[in-house]
Ligand binder design. Structure first.
Ligand code: URA
Length: 436
């Protein structure tokens, strides 16, 4: 392939076939293509975009640059991907709920970077849980117990790993076409039967504007289906965290409360049930959305999802009795302090990104990939949009490793909550894409 002429075609907005783009996508991990060429390609895509056909080719090529999983299991292989948010531990509830409904869930997840959290960081707040396991062990655990949540090895879509590093230094990270190929090249290498996408929108999402989130959702659905993986997407609201907590161990605690029925987090449950039922129905249309919702709800309320979660924790190196003893296993911060409102009224808006940044300042998130994180810190008891507050009511409880950090974040936490005299209901949690 003549890489220079392919870049020229993208630069000049010329027609590019799926096959040409597939070949280029698979070559991105090969040193015969230079960093300069990949950077020029990324910038041309960022400025001019790619047709659906070309995006499908790029995604398939990048997927094919690495290992792919093949399954022979007695049930469907299902997964979800989220574009990321703050206080969003849906994967930890959805994966065991799907497994308890008879699906197999090989979930390859990521770590948090910046203000959005990462599923692996949350799970690794459980003592002993190690998300870094061999491909063979990953496949063995999924076959044995129905689910495993692990990190991507260097062999998964290496083309994406190289392209992402170059995008990061060439101002091309926010191209929707490149985001699409990046997300799906990794997800589709897991050999899925069907996929559901949770595309976040609102103040705690990476893409905050509804219209842009919708464009990304349409691009992801078009490309995933075009690459042969039946896929559906929901747009879900991140104007506030899905649970009343943000921070790794604190979010696991919220999931355990929901799995055990001790304190059900309603927004977390609703998003989980809606994503899961769309996925079950997509994979097997004879299961209506209504039936799928019932199936998932009962998998959680009966405690079966909790059993699957606990089995996974044990298989991945965590304690055997996490399901009954999680409160004693999850890390506790040294200093815990309430932050109160300084005004009476109703919470009408939350700057959820700021809450995510507070977690990073406390040491619970990363500014750069190599940062170590403290799983015990974060926020709990978060007030919600529509809640009435006065000077005696805490807006949030800060969990920190020292008093100084509490002083550093107090004004930020208070400022993240906007309080008005009038009640405003929370935004719709779930949006379905209209067919065009
Ligand atoms: N997540 C990814 O995996 N890649 C992107 O480019 C953006 C989000």
């Amino acid at each position: 392939m003549n890489v220079g002429s392919l870049i020229e075609r993208v630069r000049n907005k010329k027609y590019i076939t799926e096959t040409d783009m597939l070949e280029f996508g698979s070559m991105i991990s090969n040193p015969i293509v230079s960093d300069a060429q990949i950077g020029a390609f990324a910038m041309a895509v960022c400025l001019n975009g790619l047709s659906l056909e070309a995006r499908v080719g790029l995604t398939k090529g990048m997927r094919d640059s690495g290992d792919q999983l093949v399954w022979d299991l007695p049930g469907p292989v299902l997964d979800k991907h989220s574009t990321g948010g703050v206080g969003d531990p849906v994967s930890l509830l959805l994966a065991p709920a799907l497994a308890a409904c008879g699906a197999y869930v090989p979930m390859i997840s990521g770590r948090g970077l910046g203000y959005t959290g990462g599923t692996l960081d949350k799970l690794e707040s459980i003592p002993g849980y190690s998300s870094d396991i061999s491909k063979e062990r990953f496949q063995g655990i999924v076959k044995k117990i129905g689910l495993a949540i692990v990190g991507a090895s260097a062999d998964v879509a290496p083309a994406d790993q190289r392209l992402y590093k170059i995008r990061d230094v060439t101002a091309t990270v926010d191209s929707l076409d490149l985001i699409t190929a990046s997300i799906l090249s990794k997800k589709l290498s897991a050999g899925l039967d069907s996929l559901v996408l949770d595309v976040k929108t609102g103040s705690g999402a990476v893409i905050k504007k509804f219209e842009k989130s919708e464009l990304l959702a349409r691009s992801l659905i078009g490309v995933a289906n075009g690459a042969g993986c039946p896929t559906v997407a929901l747009l879900t609201d991140m104007s506030q965290p899905l649970v009343n907590a943000a921070g790794n161990g604190l979010e696991v605690n919220s999931v355990m409360e929901t799995l055990s029925g001790l304190k059900v987090n309603d927004r977390l449950l609703e998003v989980t049930i809606e994503l899961g039922s769309e996925l079950i129905n997509l994979n097997d249309p004879s299961q209506s959305l209504k039936d799928s919702r019932c199936l998932l709800k009962s998998s959680i309320s009966s405690g079966r999802a909790m059993e699957y979660f606990s089995r996974m924790v044990f298989e991945m190196g965590g304690p055997k009795n996490f399901e009954s003893e999680w409160v004693n296993y999850l890390p506790q911060a040294s200093v815990v302090k309430e932050i109160r409102a300084n005004k009476v009224g109703y919470i009408d808006r939350i700057d959820t990104e700021v809450l995510g940044q507070v977690v990073v300042i406390l040491g619970g998130g990363r500014q750069t990939e190599s940062d170590e994180i403290d799983p015990s810190v974060g926020l709990s008891g978060l007030m919600e949009i529509g809640n009435k507050v006065d000077l005696t009511i805490p807006l949030a409880i800060v969990h920190a490793s020292n008093e100084q950090d509490i002083i550093r974040v107090a004004a930020l936490v208070r400022g993240a909550f906007s309080i008005s005299n009038d009640f405003k209901p929370p935004p719709n949690l779930i949006h379905r894409l209209e067919s065009k």
